[in-house]
Structures are given as structure tokens and as C-alpha cells.
Design a protein around this ligand. Sequence first.
Ligand SMILES: NC(=O)c1ccc[n+]([C@@H]2O[C@H](COP(=O)([O-])OP(=O)(O)OC[C@H]3O[C@@H](n4cnc5c(N)ncnc54)[C@H](OP(=O)(O)O)[C@@H]3O)[C@@H](O)[C@H]2O)c1
Length: 342
Amino acid sequence: MMKTRLTAFLAILMLFPLLLSLASAESVVAAGEGPASVSSISSVENVPLITLNNGVQVPQLGLGTQIQSLERDSSEAGRALLNNTSHDAVVAALQAGYRHLDTAHGYFNEPGVGQAIIDSGVPREEIWVTSKLWPSEFGEGTTLAAIDAMLERLQLDYLDCIYLHHPAGDYVGAWKDLEKAYRQGKVRALGISNFDNWPEAFSTIVDEMEIRPQILQIECHPFAQRLETRELAAKYGIQVECWYPLGHADDRLLNNEVLSAIAQAHGKSVVQIILRWHMQEGLVAVPGSTNPSHIQENIAIFDFELSDDEMTQIRSMNRGEEGRYFNLDYQRMGGFFTTLNE
Ligand SMILES: NC(=O)c1ccc[n+]([C@@H]2O[C@H](COP(=O)([O-])OP(=O)(O)OC[C@H]3O[C@@H](n4cnc5c(N)ncnc54)[C@H](OP(=O)(O)O)[C@@H]3O)[C@@H](O)[C@H]2O)c1
């Protein structure tokens, strides 16, 4: 009797790794066959490709398309200016070799970005296109319809990545719909944005949902290097992508003495040094710019390398959470994000 129990116990012990892998297998489901299956992304201008936890590859450097200074004017003329400006920046970026674009419903510029993809002449399937759903679009049933509306605004039939923009509203229902869109082959990777600011929401999505996110988008730059969040994401096999990679062009960062000295040593600009640091840290970065010469400058960072000592100097600039520019307590203020005033 004792021997039988011991044998059963040993058998369970031996099966444990298999049971564990079956339990986590669901979290790495490949995207379903669908419109997204045509994707064909390769490295252009030496921009590295990073392989996500589902095997899909994302260009490490992209163009951020949010233009905060033009967002506030919601008149027809204001929205036209915003979309035309975004359009021209995206065309300039695609022509300079960028193959990764970051937009959002909340930036009110998806039509301009989508039209620019067509006008650029670069085949859509060679570009990684990301957009984000606003919390007012979260909820089972609601989110699937919102994804179709997003595709229509962008004139696309699939997205490469869709983020939940903020941890607010019914993000669980929204994630279930994102999983459906992923299984239908309408999106190649799923992301959460700003979920670092609410650990409970992060854990709900990462630990409890069927499909684990591929990417986490967070504020990250030399003043706020987000080491703990990056470690947590790595533990789950989630790629970190940085917003405000240039600290939103804060003078204190762009005129920093350490960065200026490194820039001078390489004959590069401070912005190029910051972006090169992101690349060598293994981060995906989406610097924003509407200036064609800045757009070209920002992708010209693959012909030099920062030394270990230079990387250490930049790492020592980290001010932790105090170095952040935008840090919100979503648990208390999440309601603020549940409406979107077009
Ligand atoms: N998930 C989120 O909640 C969230 C939040 C914020 C942003 N984002 C995303 O992250 C992207 C990047 O953020 P961001 O654009 O606000 O900040 P950023 O990339 O840190 O900085 C953009 C600023 O840097 C300037 N700049 C760019 N290249 C430059 C260069 N070579 N020399 C000098 N200045 C340069 C730009 O001005 P010029 O136009 O003059 O070049 C712009 O003012 C956004 O576009 C958006 O896609 C996401």
C-alpha cells in the first residue's frame, strides 16, 4: 500500500514539468491565420528586429506619432492640421527606412497615418503598425467592434500590435476581445501600455488571461530607466517598448553634460546617443518627431557603438521613479481615462 502511494507520488512529481508547460502553453498561442498572415517584415537601414514571445519580429526603432501640441484643437481644421502633419512625418519616416509606426485612437491621427502608409509606396506588409484602444472602447463585444473601427480609420485590414492604452475601465473584457482578434488573425501581437502603473491590473492580464502580452509600453529614458519594471517584464518574456524615449525633448536631458561628452566623442548628436543607449539596452523605442531632418538623424544610429564604460555612465544617470515626467495613480484616477472626446 505504502509502495503504491510512493509510486503514484513519484509519477505526479515526474509529470509536474509537463503539466506546468501545458498550463503555460496557452499563453504563447501563435496568432491565427487571417489578414495578418501576409506580414513580411525585414531589417531596413540596419534597424534590428526583436523576436517577441510568440515568435513575431518587431523593428527595434519606430516613429512615435503623437503630436500633443496639436491634439487640443478638436475643430475640423485642427484635426485636419494634426492629420496632415502626422501624414507628412510618417511618409518622411517610411522613406528614411523606418518600418515601425506607433499611433493610437487617442492621438486622433490614425486617418493621417493610414493615408501616409498608402502614399509612401512602401508595401503595407513590410511595416509594423501599432495602435492603441482607449478605455472607453474596453469591454467584451465593444472592443471587437472598436478594433474594426480602428482598422477602418487606418485603411488597414490588420494591425501588427494593438495595445490597451491605459489600465482603466473594463480592461479584462477588452483583453478577451483582443484575444479573439488575435485568434482571427487580425493582429499579430498584443500589448499593454502604462500597466506598470497599476500592479494589480498588470498581474490580472499577465497571470490570469489566456494569452500573455507580447509587449509592455512604458515611459523609459536615461533619467527613468525603469529597472524593476524591465526585470518584471523579462521574467514573463514580455518585451519593453519605451515612450518618451527622449524625455519628450526635455532640455535637462538633451543638454546633459555626460551625454554631450559622449556625443562629441562619437561625432553624433545627444539624441542619437540616447537612442543608441535604448538599442544597446535591448529596448524598443518610438521617438516622436515631425521634423524630417530629425527623423533621418534618429535612424542613423547603427554605424557606431557605445562602449561598456559609456553605457555605465548613461546607466548612472538613472533617477528612478523621480526621473519620470508622467506618473499617474490609475487605481485612484483611472476614471479620468474612460471617456475620449473626439
Ligand atoms: N503609451 C503612452 O501612454 C504614450 C505616452 C506618450 C507617448 N507615447 C508614444 O511615444 C512616442 C514618443 O513620445 P514623444 O514623442 O512624446 O516624446 P519623445 O520621443 O521623447 O520626444 C519627442 C520630442 O523630441 C524632439 N526630437 C525628436 N528627434 C529630435 C532630434 N533629433 N533633435 C532634437 N529634437 C528631437 C521632437 O521634436 P521635433 O518634432 O522637432 O523633432 C519632439 O519634441 C509618442 O509619439 C507616442 O507614439 C505613448
